[in-house]
Design a protein. Structure first.
Length: 262
DNA sequence: AATTATGTCAACCGCAGTTAT
DNA sequence: CATAACTGCGGTTGACATAAT
């Protein structure tokens, strides 16, 4: 049943989209590409507002959109990123291939939020205060660059004989990998530490709390699997990338590093 | 079986930031 | 520089599905 209605003020259709409308919109994007949303209703011959067209495309019609349940790895990443970024759904979704901001937001609101609020470990005062995200305590991830002198000082990155293996349990591994990266950088490059490293420190240092959150949402058992060994060559190439892009949206290297660590 | 409560998710709305004029 | 137009984001709503009574 199609429940779409015609808005009195603007005369455009609202509500659920029909297959025919989807077809027209898809065809329009194929012909003209994404963007220029104010032109889309005219070009497509749709009696819809530009916002409605954009939303329908981004959340439903766009290719490669992943549907269905979230995997444990996706949930784990959502928990970690939300802890650091707050309700920046588009940013979080940007790190989950095939997922839209709307998907992530809906999943958080309907699946995760309630479970976390009622989780015993979050009833404790320390967690309640710690979980309040504000513009002041949200850390902004940024791509990192290092001076040549700093790079020369980071011996651990180029020491190929030192490979962190997977013989530790998850907690210890996080400490081994995450804190080693950050603390070694701190001790060996002193003034060169930037917000990007701080961001990673925070992301990894929170492992204990995140594990409790993960347990609270019921995916802990599935998550009990081993990860590949960490190769310093790969870490090196990721952390030492040259050229700094503007803005903090582009921290794909951070996520590549994250994927490597997990 | 019927009714009510609850959960899910697509879609809408309003606002803020950006770009064009 | 000021204003208008456009775009994208997050909060919220409401229709529908499912579970509980």
């Amino acid at each position: 049943m199609n429940t779409a209605i015609i808005a009195k003020s603007s005369g455009v259709r609202k509500g659920a989209w029909t297959e025919e409308e989807d077809f027209l919109l898809r065809k329009c994007i194929q012909n003209y590409g994404e963007g220029k949303w104010h032109l889309v209703p005219i070009r497509a011959g749709l009696n819809r507002c530009r916002k409605s067209c954009r939303l329908r495309w981004l959340n439903y019609l766009r290719p490669h959109i992943k549907r269905g349940d979230f995997g444990w790895d996706e949930i784990d990443l959502i928990l970690r990123l939300h802890k650091l970024l707050g309700n920046r759904w588009s940013l979080i979704a940007g790190r989950l291939p095939g997922r839209t901001a709307n998907d992530v937001k809906n999943y958080w609101n309907s699946h995760l939020q309630k479970k976390l609020i009622t989780a015993p470990h979050r009833q404790e005062k320390k967690y309640n205060t710690a979980l309040k995200i504000t513009t002041k305590n949200v850390l902004r991830p940024r791509p990192r660059t290092f001076s040549s002198s700093a790079k020369n000082n980071i011996s651990w990155c180029t020491n190929k004989s030192t490979v962190i293996t997977n013989t530790l349990d998850k907690d210890e591994r996080d400490k081994e990998i995450g804190l080693n990266i950050c603390q070694k950088l701190t001790s060996e490059t002193s003034s060169t530490i930037d917000d990007g490293v701080q961001w990673w420190t925070s992301l990894l240092e929170n492992c204990k709390e995140i594990e409790e959150d993960v347990a609270a949402v019921g995916i802990f058992e599935e998550k009990n699997k081993l990860v590949p060994s960490l190769l310093h060559d790969e870490i090196n190439s990721l952390t030492m990338q040259q050229g700094q892009s503007d803005g903090w949206d582009d921290f794909s290297a951070d996520i590549d590093l994250w994927n490597l660590l997990n």
